[in-house]
Design a protein around this ligand. Structure first.
Ligand code: AMP
Ligand code: FES
Ligand code: ZN
Ligand code: ZN
Length: 320
């Protein structure tokens, strides 16, 4: 297989694009395509202050690298969730993220969940009996809240995450299996800002996971290979496998599935539902973030329950 642009040996063949490229042209292609998506979907401009949420994985570090090479004002945010999993998952990903930022002289915000809220994510889930033994829903809630908090407190106009096409197609597949219209209307590469919340964008949403992995490897980015230890058995992984089988028989099926959905939405599918779900937002009296119901937001209620549970545990330890 030869590179379409220069005829040198190709390092990747993207069957869905009928495009094979050598290392040099593939790395160039990823950067050019990212710039094209940022413009096409009006994600942000060079005047915006962008906060990139980085997990230490290939997608988010790759995205930060591309934005840096394109000259955007992109700072990073790493949230230390305190997940160990027997191999120091959070510590390792933090070290890789810190090293990445230092090598490029980039600014990185680090939020330490234990230092800020007194418990790791798995402890929070256990203390509050949330998530049927899995901390993923607590984790999602905390990550969303902290990303919004840092974006607001430090004046970022956009929050960028590293979601790729495989992530997005798996979520879409799950949402269409149950026709979860409330989620479907909100799913997309750009989520507009609402008062108190920055705009959210996913500049890598059109790249297959294989492409973002190849980018990180070929650029020599050191990222964490392991998945979060709690992702084992997750539905999204099962959906990804199903979609990969489909893709193997029909190259481009995943991209078509996702882009077809975006087109249908633009043509007005779910438009009525979108009007229905325009909620009146309230402001959380504790943290000031918008919330769908009056009173404290879900995050502040979680933190309160964690504190209560810890107090109860200390009292019972003291009396025994
Ligand atoms: P995930 O929900 O783990 O699939 O990650 C989706 C995206 O969320 C990643 O590409 C990152 O942009 C962001 N993200 C995940 N974990 C973290 C973290 N610990 N700190 C900052 N951003 C994160
Ligand atoms: Fe949050 Fe796995 S539970 S990353
Ligand atoms: Zn080439
Ligand atoms: Zn709150």
């Amino acid at each position: 297989m030869r590179c379409r642009k220069c005829s040198k040996p190709a390092v990747i063949n993207m069957r869905h694009h009928k495009l094979a490229l050598c290392k040099e042209h593939f790395l160039e292609w990823i950067v050019e395509q990212t710039e094209r998506f940022i413009r096409k979907y009006r994600m942000f401009t060079h005047d915006d202050k962008v906060l990139v949420a980085v997990s230490g994985g290939k997608d988010s570090l790759g995205l930060w690298d591309v934005l840096w090479r394109l000259g955007y004002q992109a700072d990073g945010l790493y949230i230390d969730l305190g997940i160990d999993g027997g191999f120091g998952y959070s510590n390792q990903s933090k070290e890789l993220t810190v090293a990445f930022a230092e090598e490029r002289g980039l600014k990185l915000h680090i939020v330490d969940v234990v230092a800020s809220y007194g418990a790791t994510i798995p402890e929070m889930a256990r203390l509050t009996h949330r998530g049927k033994g899995k901390p993923c829903s607590v984790c999602g809630l905390v990550k969303r809240h902290e990303m919004n908090r840092i974006a607001r407190d430090f004046g970022y106009s956009v929050l960028a995450t590293g979601h790729n096409l495989d992530d997005e197609a798996a979520v879409l597949f799950g949402n269409t299996l149950t026709w979860a219209t409330g989620y479907l209307v909100r799913q997309g590469p750009v989520l507009e800002a609402v008062p108190g919340l920055a705009r959210k964008v996913k500049p890598f949403f059109r790249f297959y996971e294989r492409e973002t992995a190849a980018y990180a490897l070929l650029r020599g980015i050191k990222y964490i290979y392991d998945e979060c230890p709690f992702s084992v058995g997750a539905k999204s992984i099962y959906y990804k496998k199903l979609l990969n089988r489909l893709e193997a028989d029909r190259p481009g099926a995943k991209l078509q599935f996702y882009l077809g959905f975006l087109r249908a939405k633009e043509e007005g599918l779910f438009a009525q539902r979108a009007e229905e779900v325009v909620e009146t937002l309230h402001t959380c009296p504790v943290c000031g973030q918008p919330t769908s119901a009056p009173g404290k937001c879900a995050f502040c209620r979680l933190v309160e329950r964690v504190e209560e549970a810890k107090r109860r545990r200390e009292l019972s330890n003291a009396s025994s």
